[in-house]
Structure formats: C-alpha cells, structure tokens
Design a protein around this ligand. Sequence first.
Ligand code: XMP
Ligand code: MG
Length: 181
Amino acid sequence: MNNEIVLHDLTFVPYISSKKLDEHVKNVAQKINEAYKNQAVVLVPILNGSFLFAADLVRYLTVPCEVEFVKVQSYEGTESTGTVRELIGLKEEHIRKKIILVEDIVDTGNTLTQLKTQLINAGAEHVVCASLLFKPNAYKYSTPPEFIGIEIPNHFVVGYGLDYDGLGRNLPDLYVLKPNS
Ligand code: XMP
Ligand code: MG
C-alpha cells in the first residue's frame, strides 16, 4: 500500500490523521482553559517528543502561560531504582508556579512519576500533566495524567513528534506499527 511508510527496518501504517489530532489538541486546551481560567501556569514540554504537541497546544490556550522546554536525562541507577530520569533545564523560578508537564505520550508512567516526584521534592506545589496520548493498559500507577488527548491500546506509534530510533517526528499524521511487519 502506498500510504505505508518505512522507518529503518519497520513498516508503519496510518493511524490518526493530523485533522483528528488537531481536534484532540483543541480538546486538551479547552480542558486546561476551563481548569485554570485566569490563573497563570507554566507549560513544561518534555523534549523531544512533545515539541509539535506543545507548539499546537499553546496556540489554543487562553490562560496566561509561560513555556519552558526541558529535557530528560536517563541513566541506569541501582538494581532497585532501575532507570533514573532527571529533568534538565527547569529554572528555580518556575518551580514555584503552577506546572503543567507536557508529554507526547504516557506509557508505563515511569517517566512522568519520577519527574513529578523530583519537582515536588524540589518544592513544587502544583504539578500536573497534559499528554496527547495515553496507553491505559501499560500504565502502572493509580493516578492517570490530568489532561489526556486520546487513549490508545499498547501499540507503538510514530509521527507528530514521536520517533522510531530518531525518524518519523516530522510526519503530520500518527502512524502505527504494521501488524506482523
Ligand atoms: P513511560 O513508560 O515512562 O514512557 O511512560 C514514556 C516515553 O516512552 C516513549 N514511548 C513511545 N515513543 N512511540 C514512541 O515513539 C510509542 O508508542 C511510545 N510509547 C512510549 C516516549 O519517549 C515517552 O516519552
Ligand atoms: Mg517523550
């Protein structure tokens, strides 16, 4: 089929169109606008995956907002801590504000949970998450992200910021791994 795409060794098929994605982005923005009204927030998009979602989301926001992109540095901790994830790039002044972490996708929730804990330990009083995609069947914690665009099954997806080994972030639509590929 000619709308399949190949990234490295894997084949992906169209999953969610850019038009549909835009509706979900708008929906997340509306929920944030209603929840915060005139309260100032700082959006903290987690690079690299969330760069497109964040860029589209902020244009639908009417609340007073700052935007501060961060990176996550991951390294292997002890056997009991497993992979340790640390936020790089957040300034002290932002920790005191209402923080909305912006994620492209929340899967097991390990990344989000570690980052939230880290921010709270650093003195943050308000940390929530807006994620475009959420895999409820993979999620290991009791509290899901506060603002979710779309729930999807445990499929590997690329496009709209998400990558397979560095490729696919530029695709306007979301693609899913072709079954049995
Ligand atoms: P956890 O499990 O910590 O994972 O919630 C979050 C991170 O895992 C990556 N991830 C994906 N990346 N397609 C991707 O391109 C996917 O289907 C997918 N599922 C998880 C992503 O980096 C995310 O921030
Ligand atoms: Mg990510």
